[in-house]
Write a protein that binds this ligand. Structure first.
Ligand SMILES: NC(=O)c1ccc[n+]([C@@H]2O[C@H](COP(=O)([O-])OP(=O)(O)OC[C@H]3O[C@@H](n4cnc5c(N)ncnc54)[C@H](O)[C@@H]3O)[C@@H](O)[C@H]2O)c1
Length: 312
């Protein structure tokens, strides 16, 4: 019998707030994902090939909890309980052996993810759900690397994970209704708002966001308006909290370029072709916040938004 629509199915240990969760990749997203699961009472194993990255992630999670304590949204006791829920591992085999759910948030690279899912399929218990936080790689393709495609799903958290409410849930071609229903229920348990979409290039978030960012870059490239003007029109005119060029810097221009290429290849439609200015900026290493300069210049300790000299 299929319990597809029953989101309160407590037979699944995840929905009862029990069950162990493994998070693969201790970078920007992995540490945020571990944070929210641990805060909701799950035992979390954070896995990374780099022990240094694991150490940094634990320090970041602790600092982010401190921020919540300072704001009064959680107590020191809640922080201590959550931190005690997190352990670390440097191999998949060690980290996933007791997991009911794995959330993969390793580097965005197709071969790397296919290889991780092959290993997960061998190491994770039967019945364990395998989710990916990929921004752009096909869930159907990732699922096909395993012998349990019905248990593979996209769980696309937004950055910063502890703050952003949305989880875009992506059904692969073979994902079972029961798995979708479990992940919807689980996302709500984490205090998030799930939205279920189907697996086509860019899903929904990036299919709509990236062409907007690309169009903003084209507008700059064609001299329609300057950086500050483009962002101001979108902030004040459309009530966006951040303009598209600033958002592109925040996401990383290399990441934007790579997602646009996924859309262009996936749909075979030239409307997704990345703006030549974006391509040039990535080749020049102007990647946005992470490289210190993109459309704006980023100086440590300063929150002032200063347009890059290249666009003055
Ligand atoms: N950064 C964002 O804004 C954002 C938003 C939504 C989704 N995503 C997606 O989340 C995923 C992670 O992105 P990120 O920004 O956190 O990347 P990141 O570069 O900050 O972290 C990736 C981590 O994966 C680790 N890693 C690489 N290979 C591994 C392996 N074989 N096993 C275990 N760990 C491994 C790296 O050591 C690194 O710590 C990507 O799929 C990305 O598309 C990112």
């Amino acid at each position: 019998m299929n319990n597809a629509t029953n989101t309160s199915d407590t037979r699944n240990p995840l929905l009862g707030g029990r069950g162990a969760v493994a998070v693969i990749g201790a970078g920007t997203m992995g540490n945020g994902i571990a944070h929210v699961f641990a805060q909701s009472g799950f035992a979390v194993t954070l896995i990374d090939v780099s022990a240094v990255q694991l150490e940094n992630a634990i320090a970041t999670i602790s600092k982010n909890f401190d921020r919540q304590v300072a704001k009064g949204t959680i107590t020191e006791e809640v922080k201590a309980l959550a931190m005690a829920n997190i352990s670390t591992a440097t191999t998949i085999a060690d980290g996933v052996k007791n997991a009911s759910l794995v959330v993969e948030a390793a580097t965005e690279n197709t071969e790397l993810k296919l290889n991780i899912f092959k290993q997960l399929d061998e190491a994770a218990p039967a019945g364990c759900i395998l989710a990916s936080n990929t921004s752009s790689i096909s869930i159907t393709k990732i699922a096909a690397a395993t012998k349990r495609p019905e248990l593979v799903i996209g769980m696309h958290f937004m950055n910063p994970v502890p703050v952003m409410k949305l989880v875009e849930i992506i059904n692969g071609y073979a994902t079972s209704n029961e798995v979708t229903s479990t992940i919807v229920g689980l996302s709500k348990q984490l205090g998030k708002i799930p939205c279920v979409v189907n697996d086509y290039p860019g899903f929904i978030a990036n299919r709509i966001l990236m062409p907007m960012i690309n169009e903003a870059i084209y507008s700059l490239y064609e001299g329609v308006a300057g950086v500050a003007e483009i962002d101001t029109v979108m902030k004040l005119g459309m009530a966006h909290p951040m303009g598209p060029l600033q958002l592109a810097d925040f996401i990383g221009l290399d990441v934007c370029l790579s997602i646009l290429k996924v859309l262009q290849d996936g749909f075979g439609n030239p409307k997704y072709a990345p703006c030549p200015l974006l391509v040039n900026m990535v080749m020049a290493g102007r990647l946005g916040v992470k490289s210190g300069e993109g459309f704006y210049i980023y100086t440590a300790g300063s929150k002032e938004l200063v347009v890059s000299e290249s666009f003055k």
